[in-house]
Design a binder for this molecule. Structure first.
Ligand SMILES: Nc1nc2c(ncn2[C@@H]2O[C@H](COP(=O)(O)OP(=O)(O)OP(=O)(O)O)[C@@H](O)[C@H]2O)c(=O)[nH]1
Ligand SMILES: [Mg+2]
Length: 294
């Protein structure tokens, strides 16, 4: 059988719904999603098999103006995923689409000279008649070859998008085993699920002032998994907030993350969290390397 396979990079502003779309397309949670911007920190592949075609969806960190070294590495990782992509999809939050905000990434994308499509997401949030003018403006600006209007959250339009993506993939052998859903390892996912809870449960700057790494991941003979995760924080005050009174906060983070991880792995998980104060982690090359950002 003749197979087709290609890379589709999803690019966009933070919070536009890239990770939600990848999860819906794959049919499993391979990338964490939160209402906060800058949730995704490194690229991750979501792999979809459709007929004789393997679509490798590349989820990327949102594009924003970086200040810290760590943030710059995130944005660079997103742009790096454009090189080598067979197709790039710009994912736009239709409710918040503003030309002045999107002009810069659209221009940079045009300069990358890859085939590019526009995905207007979150169409459940606004009336249909408002969508067409937005699409028109962005297409004029960016010369997109195709436009899709979807609600990733409600799966509205996702099937037709996947059909079109499959049709656009080049002929070639599968680059991943046919039953694989992601290139993320279980250890990476463990750290990500902890970080997701920090984003969901902590306020203000704390989520942005933390980095999460899996220190050890061991499978026991009885099938259970023992995972040790370290949360790096920049300041003592962040550590206090993360621990909460008598450790209630960190317990709640650990509990929810563990339940998620158990659901994904379909086995019992013993999750241990350590919080380490480490001023300047966001400028440390070692922390970025740990996440594959450098
Ligand atoms: N109403 C609505 N909300 C959506 C839709 N898609 C995503 N969201 C929500 O938008 C928020 C951000 O979604 P993410 O998938 O994390 O967005 P992202 O583009 O990956 O964000 P970053 O990782 O920060 O770049 C979450 O609260 C999602 O539930 C949609 O189609 N409709
Ligand atoms: Mg994301």
């Amino acid at each position: 059988m003749k197979t087709k396979c290609g890379y589709v990079t999803l690019l966009g502003r933070p919070n536009s719904g890239k990770s939600t779309l990848v999860n819906e397309a794959v049919g499993a949670k391979i990338s964490i999603v939160t209402p906060k911007a800058q949730t995704t920190r490194f690229r991750a592949n979501g792999i979809v098999l459709r007929g004789n075609t393997q679509i490798i969806l590349v989820d990327t960190p949102g594009l924003f103006r970086p200040s810290r070294r760590f943030d710059r590495a995130m944005v660079d990782a997103a742009w790096d995923s454009v090189t080598g992509a067979d197709l790039v999809c710009l994912v736009v939050d239709a409710l918040r689409a503003r030309t002045d905000d999107l002009a810069e990434p659209i221009k940079a994308l045009a300069e990358a000279r890859r085939p590019r499509w526009l995905i207007l997401n979150k169409i459940d949030l606004l009336p249909r008649e408002r969508l067409l003018p937005i699409a028109d403006t962005l297409v004029n600006l960016g010369g997109f070859q195709e436009v899709f209007m979807i609600s990733a959250l409600r799966r509205d339009g996702v099937e037709s998008l996947l059909d079109a993506l499959a049709a656009a993939m080049p002929v070639g052998p599968y680059l991943f085993p046919p039953d694989e859903l992601t290139d993320q390892t279980d250890r990476m996912l463990a750290a990500e699920l902890v970080r997701e809870q920090i984003f969901l449960q902590m306020r203000e700057e704390v989520p942005y002032a933390t980095s999460v790494e899996t220190e050890s991941y061991k499978e026991w003979r009885n099938g259970a998994v023992r995972v040790e995760v370290t949360i790096y924080v920049a300041r003592a005050s962040h550590k206090r907030m993360l621990l909460g009174e008598r450790g209630t906060q960190i317990k709640s983070i650990g509990l929810r993350a563990r339940l998620q991880l158990e659901a994904f792995l379909e086995r019992r998980v013993h999750l241990f969290l350590n919080v380490k104060e480490r001023p300047g982690w966001d400028e440390e090359p070692a922390r970025m390397r740990a996440l594959g950002l450098q």
